[in-house]
Design a binder for this molecule. Structure first.
Ligand code: AMP
Ligand code: ZN
Length: 313
């Protein structure tokens, strides 16, 4: 017997969301894209996280864990606002007098906009787990000959409210980030394209890897997207979750060339600008793909998939 969800509703994304909520895996919080997770959902995320670690262990990446936010100055330096102003989330806080406080409370009571009484803090939500890495590596000075390889894992914020459960506003990204010469960075990405495919194939989900582009903002963004595709800078591993025609990007393989090296002046020992690449695993998306293809009860998942996730570390 299969517990695979039969999506028949007009909107298969909303229908899958409804199923996930009914099975208690996602807990609605009243805003599209903002959910609690059940213990079972978290267990799948944790087991997948451990499987990633096993696949990457031999490389000896340096582990760093950051809160889901970055320093506002670093965020400005990253030029994120040039490309994705529509996705950014800044943290604001009240910083006024007692009188301002009264005004704030009055506006709140009267259902008026009170948020204008808030001021931007020095904290910005991180849009991708790798963002705190670049300034951190830059502060260490010139790279050693072997470059740098970092393992990061963080909740990330993107303002893209949606009824698609695979498009959340707060979601987790596990990443490996490589900083070094173009050769080091390219060979890193190549090896993760293969490992990522092998890992996901062993989880028994249908997949394909394809050229991709980021959702750059505005008219200039169209050119950036085309350029990114022409140069083969981004690949995604896609798994059908709520649509076979439009499968969902669950892993990303990004080559930034010298973009971040230039912004933070990260140099290799020969004085050249460092290149960077990252492989990002969308943890919720992978969990959603597993529940979709193997059913809502992991005890009934295929034995090899169970062994891979729940086997020895
Ligand atoms: P990106 O930096 O856009 O390539 O994102 C890296 C990975 O994060 C993607 O491959 C997705 O698996 C995941 N991801 C991106 N945006 C979202 C989102 N809104 N909700 C859930 N996962 C996401
Ligand atoms: Zn990244």
């Amino acid at each position: 017997m299969t517990t695979e969800v039969q999506v028949s509703a007009a909107d298969p994304q909303a229908a899958y969301l409804e199923e996930l909520v009914r099975h208690g895996l996602l807990i609605p919080m009243g805003v599209p894209g903002l959910y609690g997770r059940s213990g079972l959902f978290e267990e799948v995320v944790e087991r997948f996280d451990a499987a990633i670690s096993r696949h990457g262990r031999e490389d000896g990446a340096e582990v760093m864990r950051f809160p889901p936010a970055v320093n506002r100055r670093d965020f400005e330096t990253s030029e994120y606002l040039k490309s994705f102003p529509h996705l950014a989330g800044t943290v604001h806080s009240f910083d006024g007098s007692e009188r301002d406080h009264h005004t704030l409370l009055r506006r709140l009571e009267e259902g008026e906009d009170w948020t204008a009484m808030q001021k931007a803090t020095d904290v910005v939500m991180t849009p991708a787990a790798c963002y705190p890495i670049y300034p951190t590596i830059a502060k260490r000075g010139t790279l050693p000959a072997e470059g740098a390889l970092v393992d990061v894992f963080s909740y990330c914020f993107r303002h893209e409210p949606s009824l698609d459960p695979a498009r959340m506003q707060l979601f987790r990204m596990r990443e490996y980030v490589r900083v070094g010469t173009p050769e080091q960075v390219m060979s890193f990405r190549e090896s993760w394209l293969q490992r990522g495919r092998a890992l996901m194939e062993s989880l028994g989900v249908p997949l394909e890897i394809d050229l991709a582009n980021d959702p750059f903002f505005g008219r200039a963004g169209k050119m950036l997207s085309a350029n990114q595709r022409d140069q083969g800078l981004k690949f995604e591993l896609l798994i059908p979750i709520t649509s076979t025609e439009k499968p969902t990007a669950c892993l990303s393989f990004n080559y930034h060339q010298e973009h971040f090296g230039h912004l933070w002046d990260i140099r290799t020992p020969d004085g050249e600008l460092a290149h960077t690449a990252c492989v990002g695993f969308g943890m919720e998306r992978v969990a959603l793909a597993l529940f979709k293809h193997h059913g809502f009860d992991p005890r009934e998942w295929p034995a090899p998939v169970r062994a891979l996730l729940w086997g020895r570390d």
